[in-house]
Design a protein around this ligand. Structure first.
Ligand SMILES: [Fe+2]
Length: 374
């Protein structure tokens, strides 16, 4: 039995309630455990916690522009790795024409996020049409291939040795955010049956990050049918009806879409900005003390960031104090914007993520200085 040391205490000049009615001219910083679920303290600072003049050493925020990567292969096993640890692998891939082979990830469930493009996914369970903004969960062991009808750009997130599950929706119940009835599954239709040819096909299997090739004289996507509850599923961010409070800035955990061992995937969707005069309108300053935080920017104007465009990513390692950029913070204080149109995917990892060497070529090296007022 282990209990947190737990007693809300107040010292000095503070707000009595988080994220609202700050003492005049103060900047709130949250220091907390276990994401947004453990003990936490809110400190009210005289200066923005991001007001540094110099920042050196290995604890660095990083930003990468995936639009700068070129030379993509025909296989998801050619995808470029951006970040990884023992539980999670974040990769990027582009594909213009149909894959000439099947793949199977035997290291863990794979989550595809379609940044751009459209086409067909063929897998063990049938055919599924995909479009931009789709999440596709491929259970570990699924054989699959893509046949794009438009050039396709993807982020792939592997739940290494674990499974994607849905978060506990607590007070708001299982139908909030998105109703599980919105999860689409592949169909076994004429188009699926038409690709069940008696011609040679190869399956490239990834296990322990090593590739093996299995050749068949026929297409092994030859199931006649299936029954069960372990299947490829698809949900689009446009199907998400995000939680929002007009009086309280919800933490990112309110936007959790999938959970796996050691990390969560959250989706920031268009939503109104808080209207209550005392409520914070932009994310609070914090250090995410137990988590490494990665964001992929998909669409729209990013309400807490300056100089970020779609296809870019940011990485804020545990212990790095961050918060809104100066222009975004100032805009938030005037309540100039009534809603945000941003769409972004966040991965919060409980253990440290390593930046892959191939990310070096696409890094915006001056990102740490982007909080300096211009
Ligand atoms: Fe953060």
């Amino acid at each position: 039995m282990k209990n947190w040391i737990s007693f809300p205490k107040i010292e000095g000049i503070t707000s009595r309630q988080a994220h609202a009615d700050f003492p005049e001219g103060s900047f709130e910083r949250e220091m907390g455990k276990e994401g947004f679920f453990g003990p936490a303290t809110h400190l009210y600072h005289k200066h923005p916690p991001t007001g540094w003049t110099e920042f050196s050493g290995p604890l660095q925020p990083r930003a990468f522009d995936t639009n700068s990567w070129t030379d993509w292969g025909n296989s998801p096993w050619d995808a470029k790795t951006l970040l990884q640890n023992a539980q999670c692998k974040i990769r990027f891939w582009q594909l213009d024409s149909a894959m000439d082979h099947l793949v199977r990830n035997s290291d863990g469930d794979e989550l595809l996020f379609v940044h751009n493009g459209a086409g067909e996914l063929y897998c063990d369970f049938g055919r599924l049409t995909y479009r931009d903004g789709d999440y596709v969960v491929l259970p570990r062991g699924t054989m699959w291939r893509l046949a794009p009808s438009e050039p396709t750009e993807l982020m792939l997130i592997e739940a290494t040795d674990s499974s994607y599950k849905l978060p506990d929706k607590g007070l708001v119940g299982p139908h909030a955010i998105f109703d599980p009835a919105m999860l689409d599954t592949p169909v076994m239709d004429d188009a699926f049956r038409a690709q069940q040819t008696e011609t040679p096909w190869t399956v490239v299997v990834k296990r322990r990050n090593q590739l093996s090739r299995i050749s068949y004289p026929f297409n092994p996507l030859d199931a006649l049918g299936w029954k069960g509850d372990l299947v490829t599923v698809r949900i689009n961010w446009r199907d998400i009806r995000p939680l929002m409070s007009h009086r309280y800035h919800l933490p990112p955990s309110a936007h959790t879409t999938f959970v796996a061992d050691g990390f969560v995937v959250c989706t920031f969707c268009p939503r109104p900005i808080e209207s209550d005069p005392g409520a914070l309108k932009v994310p609070f300053f914090h250090n995410n003390d137990d988590y490494d935080e990665f964001i992929f920017y998909h669409r729209g104007e990013f309400f807490s960031r300056d100089n970020i465009h779609p296809g870019m990513t940011t990485f804020h390692p545990c212990g790095f104090t961050h918060g809104p950029h100066p222009k975004a913070f100032a805009k938030g204080q005037t309540h100039a914007r009534k809603e945000t149109d941003e769409v972004a995917v966040m991965v919060d990892a409980r253990h440290a993520l390593d930046v892959a060497p191939e990310a070096d070529a696409i890094e915006w090296k001056n990102y740490v200085n982007s909080w300096k007022a211009s």
